[in-house]
Design a protein around this ligand. Structure first.
Ligand SMILES: Nc1ncnc2c1ncn2[C@@H]1O[C@H](COP(=O)(O)OP(=O)(O)O)[C@@H](O)[C@H]1O
Ligand SMILES: [Mg+2]
Length: 300
């Protein structure tokens, strides 16, 4: 079953499409990385899913039901833009207000449950305004987790976090999916960070979904290449180009794509009188793949 299934979804503002006939499929249990530049339509898509905006046309299904179904709405938790907390109230009080808002029956237990998930059990009494950016993002997630949702929608929760904040966020998201069986839709333009956690990717550009791919497929598609240095780069490149289909110059390095046997590359160069001074085996990461994909689409 899919947690989210969107067909042909459109939303325009002043005759401009913010979301343009978008299709999206998020399987249950996924951490779906929703990637796109600023203004590409990520927040608008999320607001549509949450029912904060009314679509012009199209279809949204959550867990097999229409997204307006009341039974399904209570299973969605979201953090879009900011958590809307009162700065002068404590973390606990802010969560309590949201519990009351949601009509939860045992708010104290629920608050401790979500604070534990976001690793903030010890900060319940801290005033919201005293919290660091990383803590505020985590409080936002705690808010969204109240009521034990099956689908969590997080709009750029990694934005502006330092390395440590990102690591904690990653651990939290893995916990939420693996321990609590929640599906997560998370948007970002920081590709490197999503690469470590996402099980699926959707790439949006100018309101259109230009690619949906699982991390597994992405991995299979990611090209392996060897980058190396020799003294006579021009000749070495010519030698390699005779044997390998895709040899490119990349600054101070030569890149040989789709190589399984690194030793063979070295051997070929040695036989032609070259000494390899540096050699590395690499894989095109998501960030590089994304840049390439964007530049391909640019001219269309
Ligand atoms: N309430 C609104 N009124 C007018 N234009 C909007 C509104 N919300 C979003 N937009 C426009 O829709 C486009 C997509 O915005 P958004 O969904 O916020 O993108 P993202 O979240 O990917 O940065 C942008 O061009 C933005 O200016
Ligand atoms: Mg946005």
């Amino acid at each position: 079953m899919n947690a989210i299934e969107i067909k042909n979804l459109s939303k325009s503002f002043r005759a401009m499409y913010a979301v343009d006939h978008l299709n999206m499929t998020v399987p249950v249990g996924a951490i779906y990385g929703f990637i796109g530049e600023n203004g590409s339509g990520k927040s608008t898509t999320m607001k549509l899913i949450c029912g904060h905006l009314v679509p012009d046309s199209g279809n949204i299904r959550l867990f097999g039901k229409d997204y307006t179904d009341p039974g399904v709405r209570v299973r969605v938790g979201a953090l879009i833009e900011n958590a809307g907390c009162f700065p002068g109230s404590s973390v606990y009080q802010n969560l309590m207000m949201q519990c009351i808002n949601l009509g939860l029956s045992d708010p104290d237990t629920e608050i401790h449950r979500v604070l534990k998930i976001v690793r903030m059990e010890d900060n319940a009494n801290l005033k919201f305004k005293r919290c660091s950016l990383g803590m505020k993002q985590r409080i936002g997630i705690a808010m969204a987790l109240l009521g034990d949702p099956a689908l969590l929608i997080l709009d750029e929760p990694i934005n502006g976090l330092d390395t440590d904040g990102m690591r904690i966020m990653r651990e939290i998201l893995l916990d939420i999916t693996q321990k609590y069986g929640c599906t997560v839709l998370i948007s970002s333009h920081i590709l490197g960070e999503l690469e470590k956690i996402a099980t699926h990717y959707g790439i949006i550009r100018q309101g259109k979904m230009i690619m949906e791919i699982s991390a597994e497929e992405m991995d299979a598609r990611a090209q392996v290449f060897v980058s190396l240095k020799t003294r006579d780069m021009a000749n070495a490149q010519a030698v390699l180009a005779k044997k390998y289909a895709d040899v490119r110059r990349d600054g101070e390095y030569i890149r040989v794509y789709d190589v399984n046997d690194t030793a063979e590359v070295v051997d070929t160069l040695m036989k032609n009188g070259h000494i390899v001074s540096e050699l590395r085996k690499n894989k095109i990461g998501l960030a590089e793949y994304y840049v390439e994909l964007m530049s391909q689409k640019e001219g269309v």
